[in-house]
Design a protein. Structure first.
Length: 354
């Protein structure tokens, strides 16, 4: 099923109005109310996306036909999208206000979704949805560009450098893509011993690559990103996650290049070769490892603050300059305080003030 822009505006209009009326609401402690969104897994191999408030209370839940990965929201909060986990076959659209199903985008024939997407407004003021994808056979990096004005049209397919495109973000009029470098069949990596990972800087207005920056280590796969607007923070992963002395968190900025974050208080082996999510707040950078059941905090200079053991810790996001984390066992964390949510969260989160 594919929906035209006017169809999901009609469906979501009432909900968006309700959201805007509550835009100045406050939480129970006088702080601005928040909404936090992410994918979840539940009992019996059921999956979906959910929204909670800052107390961990459920706002809505939406079932999906398979496991999902990253969730993103349009700037005006009229529509959200959650992408099926690699090798994904769909993007589920929904109303951020109430979780109403706004239809699915089915992956183009011969491709898979790589689990990540973002909304972008082009220079004509039109809403677009970008998703990372790759051919089933080769894992070559492709960007899919959807025009929300008419989702019945096929997306524009744009080839970029490398294999296995992963998370994207928009910064300084560019889209930055973490290209993992792996060729895979399903979730089996075929080139673990010889691959090239890095960052692709892409200009969406002219549909061309500005630059490709190789990862700082030949065994590191660049996977997850966040930014403070100037500096990128990149979470790395090993092809076969295991305890390692390899640093897994780096910053990147031009013209300075790569800078490694200092070893966390618990040591890099405690992160088990895997960073699932990165969030940059006003004062800190947080990186999670569900494989290691741990998250680390660093300042913006890359100096470690602390490491905290937390079972299946996964998603991380920053809202109004503060970081929030969630886990696969249902806990939500803010500044070290844990709140039960009853939702078994997946690897990625996004949030905003309500």
């Amino acid at each position: 099923m594919q929906l035209k822009r006017r169809e999901f505006i009609k469906l979501s209009g009432t909900s968006l109005a309700a959201l805007q009326l509550g835009a100045c609401s406050l939480g129970e402690f006088g702080e601005p109310a928040l909404r936090l969104y992410g994918g979840f897994r539940s009992y019996g191999n059921t999956y979906g996306a959910a929204c909670i408030d800052q107390r961990g209370d459920l706002v809505w839940k939406l079932d999906t036909p398979a496991r999902v990965h990253e969730l993103c929201l349009s700037d005006d909060l009229s529509v959200g999208a959650v992408v099926a986990r690699r090798p994904g076959k769909f993007i589920q659209l929904f109303s951020p206000a109430d979780g109403k199903d706004l239809g699915q985008i089915v992956v183009p024939e011969g491709l898979i979704f790589e689990g990540h997407a973002l909304f972008q407004i082009n220079k004509e003021g039109q809403d677009e949805l970008w998703a990372t994808a790759s051919p089933i056979e080769t894992s070559e990096s492709i960007l899919l560009r959807y025009r929300l004005a008419d989702l019945s049209l096929p997306p524009k397919q744009i080839s970029i450098a490398g294999l296995g495109p992963h998370q994207m973000l928009s910064i300084s009029n560019q889209i930055v893509i973490a290209v993992g470098g792996w060729q895979s069949v399903g979730r089996t990596i075929l080139n673990a011993d010889n691959f090239e990972s890095g960052l692709v800087f892409f200009d969406p207005e002219v549909s061309s690559i500005s630059s490709f920056v190789p990862a700082p280590g030949s065994n590191l796969s660049a996977r997850h990103l966040d930014s403070d607007g100037e500096t990128l923070w990149v979470g790395m992963q090993l092809a076969d996650p295991a305890p390692t002395q390899d640093a897994l968190l780096y910053s990147y900025s031009a013209p300075k290049g790569w800078k490694v974050a200092d070893e966390p208080k618990s040591g890099w082996p405690s992160f088990n070769g895997y960073i699932a999510s990165v969030a940059v707040s006003d004062a800190e950078v947080v990186a999670t490892s569900p494989q290691g059941h741990i998250y680390g905090r660093w300042d913006h200079l890359g100096q470690p603050i602390e490491s905290v053991h937390s079972l299946d810790i996964s998603a991380a996001t920053s809202v109004d300059g503060n970081w929030w984390l969630s886990s696969g066992v249902g806990e939500v964390s803010r500044a070290g305080k844990n709140i039960p949510s009853g939702i078994f969260w997946d690897n990625h989160w996004v949030g905003h003030s309500a």
